[in-house]
Write a protein that binds this ligand. Structure first.
Ligand code: ZN
Length: 136
């Protein structure tokens, strides 16, 4: 397997509008769209930057994974997503190598991507997302 690029960096925030102000008005990185992913109880704002993008993640429910993450660790970088050619073979490859997958089969994430998270205990504390998406 070969990761093709850093697809995006997921950042857990309490309030997208407040945080987007910094990125847009101070850093000059525009929010191009937002999307609610009901399945994950999260609202996502997309901020493309060069060949990658930032994703601001705001929980839509108190018991969502991002709300729990912020309660435990505070706001900040939550995961790194690596683009792969084929998500199914990437998952099989990781499991063959003995890595623990949070998602043993792919699910749909923001932007229609097929995604699967790896367990951070196996990746030195980094929550790694494998992500397959068609180029726009
Ligand atoms: Zn992500």
């Amino acid at each position: 397997m070969k990761a093709m690029k850093l697809d995006h960096i997921g950042i857990a925030v309490k309030n997208i509008d407040e945080v987007a102000d910094f990125y847009q008005n101070v850093m000059g990185i525009n929010v191009t769209s937002t999307e609610v992913v009901e399945d994950q109880k999260v609202k996502v704002a997309f901020l493309p930057l060069g060949d990658t993008e930032l994703e601001l993640l705001e929980s839509t429910h108190d018991d969502g994974p991002i709300a729990k993450y912020i309660a435990k660790k505070g706001e900040g970088v939550q995961h790194l997503a690596f683009k792969v050619e084929n998500i199914d073979s990437a998952i099989s490859y990781m499991m063959e190598k003995g890595y623990r997958m949070i998602d043993e089969s792919p699910r749909y994430g923001a932007g229609g991507a097929k995604i699967a998270f790896m367990h951070p205990k196996g990746t030195n504390g980094v929550l790694v997302e494998l992500c397959e998406r068609k180029d726009i």
